[in-house]
Design a binder for this molecule. Sequence first.
Ligand SMILES: O=C(CO)COP(=O)(O)O
Length: 125
Amino acid sequence: MQTIALIAHDAKKDEMLDFVNNHKDLLKNFHLVATRTTGTLINKNYQLDVETMMSGPLGGDQQIGAMIATEKVDYVIFLRDPLTSQPHEPDINALLRICDVHNIPLATNRKSAHIILKYVSNKMD
Ligand SMILES: O=C(CO)COP(=O)(O)O
């Protein structure tokens, strides 16, 4: 089973929940992993079994980065907030970088996330 990482900054959490709601039938077919707050919110709102890491500022981005480095993540959807500075900016940059190192498709906004899931669903037909 392939793995999708789902991560959202606070200003994007509602958008992530809405996105997951719109794609939950497809997402059910994947192992889902998320940073703590994002994953907890998804688990609370929908019948999805998201594995949660630490919260982003406490090292969750790095944990997901390590999963990418060890080829345990296939796609990353990271709805990041481009308008607010984050205390863990170096971790965020490292996560984005490691996706490029390992050629992992990465969506940082809702439209590109939608395109990734469209691609994934076509591959499953
Ligand atoms: O900060 C984050 C990503 O950089 C997200 O972490 P949370 O899902 O715990 O809010």
